[in-house]
Design a protein around this ligand. Sequence first.
Ligand SMILES: *Cc1c(COP(=O)(O)O)cnc(C)c1O
Length: 364
Amino acid sequence: MNIDFANLTKAYLEHKEGIDYSINSVISSSRFIMGQEINELEAALQEYTGSKYAITCSSGTDALLLAMMAIDIKPGDEIITSPFTFIATAETIAFLGAIPVFVDINEETYNIDTNLIEEKISKKTKAIMPVSLFGQIADMDEINELAEKYKLAVIEDAAQSFGATYKGNKSCNLSTIGCTSFFPAKPLGCFGDGGALFTDDENLADKIKSMRIHGQTERYIHKYVGIGGRLDTLQAAVLLEKLKYYDNDIKRRHNVAMYYNQKFGNSIIRPFIKKENTSVWAQYSIRIKKRDTLQVKLKEKGIPTAVHYPKPLHLQECFGYLGYKKGAFPVSEKISNEIMSLPMNPYITNEEINYIVNEIKSLI
Ligand SMILES: *Cc1c(COP(=O)(O)O)cnc(C)c1O
């Protein structure tokens, strides 16, 4: 067997007709920049999440950047976040000259441990940036409560959790600003880079809309220092089409995860989803003591795996200046050594899952 990790080709072929039609309409109109599909997609994203304003942009990374620009993050400001995430989360904080202040994660959900946040809040703290990792939303009530107490903004890094729910409410609509990514391998992916921001605050929405187009309020009139951060109309067209059947994709991902769970039984530490959450399964990640050798053996059997993430951010060279030492965040460090993601997408078959689980069980 030769298993595909993300099955992006199958995902396209199953809906080829609609997607091709959507793409061709953009090409025929030649409205490549800010065509009508951008407005249509933003309306659809608002409806989907329940958020008052959705603003599309060039990537998940730029969504985080725009969110912090919109709340006036300045050099020296502190933003509390998780060290167990993709680099973009903390990189965008540092890019603005602000300081990522890390807080360790919960050992079962891998999301920020809300019991450890308050002791890190200082006079310089401006925001908390929880990451909804692997498709499961962080403990937003606790985070929002702390934010209210200390007058902080909350920016959800929802790059992996678009479509997930927390106590019945959708990811991206749970905080001051929600940010997501439409990178091809995310649960809702386009055919290149893409992202979006969500907020209920009209002033923030206006500012973000302006900042993604060089801070302009009208053509060649610039109120803010912004960025070139628009989403391509072609990507909006792809997303408009894919959003139509996205709930079905989520259902299929859920079924895949449940089948993995059932097959593994208690032979392995499998993902834990809290009862107030539904996950969109951006990753199905298990924990393995001798992970690196297992990965090599699985590859020989045609089973691709990935590690999200092998090195927590506080130990990355680029953040050396922050002065964190090994041992600073023991849970993040332990999980980084053990975590391993298995093929996860709506198109993987039970036969493939049987094969993957049997091979893993025979090798550990
Ligand atoms: C993918 C990802 C991002 C960045 O999104 P891009 O669209 O690739 O720029 C940010 N944060 C997390 C947690 C991610 O997984």
